[in-house]
Design a protein around this ligand. Structure first.
Ligand SMILES: [Zn+2]
Length: 135
């Protein structure tokens, strides 16, 4: 194992590593929670979702409907978005704090994973209910 900045490391894993290095302890993929959040920090009563911009229909440059069967994809993505909203509402109602990190903040030109982790760290230590991090 050589550091956490390997070029091939997936950005979401990098986020976890950076949070871990900041001293945060968490669980992964909590199946019993709505939406199965990617990272759960019970001590901060916080969950973090890392959302792919295509699958979750983000209004950014990474989301573009395929030319073939656009109706099929639109339906699928609409269902994902509805389920994201349900998970968010249910978690907030149960007293969880909810962060969404969008793929576009983690990949491509200008993406800064270290800065994303920093913003998450600040949010975790705050009492804000919700945050979204995007490009
Ligand atoms: Zn995006």
């Amino acid at each position: 194992m050589s550091g956490i900045r390997g070029r091939n490391t997936k950005p979401e894993i990098l986020v976890r590593s950076l949070l871990h290095r900041e001293g945060f302890r968490f669980r992964l993929h909590a199946r019993e929670l709505p939406g199965k959040p990617d990272i759960v920090l019970p001590r901060y009563r916080a969950v973090i979702f890392v959302h792919g911009c295509f699958w979750h229909g983000h209004d950014c440059h990474l989301y573009r409907l395929p030319a073939t069967r656009p109706g099929f994809w639109q339906d699928k993505i609409d269902r994902n978005r509805a389920s994201d909203r349900w998970a968010r509402d249910t978690l907030l109602a149960a007293g969880w704090r909810v962060a969404v990190v969008w793929e576009c903040a983690l990949r491509g030109v200008g993406a800064d994973v270290g800065q994303v982790a920093q913003r998450l760290a600040v949010w975790l230590r705050s009492d804000e209910k919700e945050t979204g991090i995007r490009k």
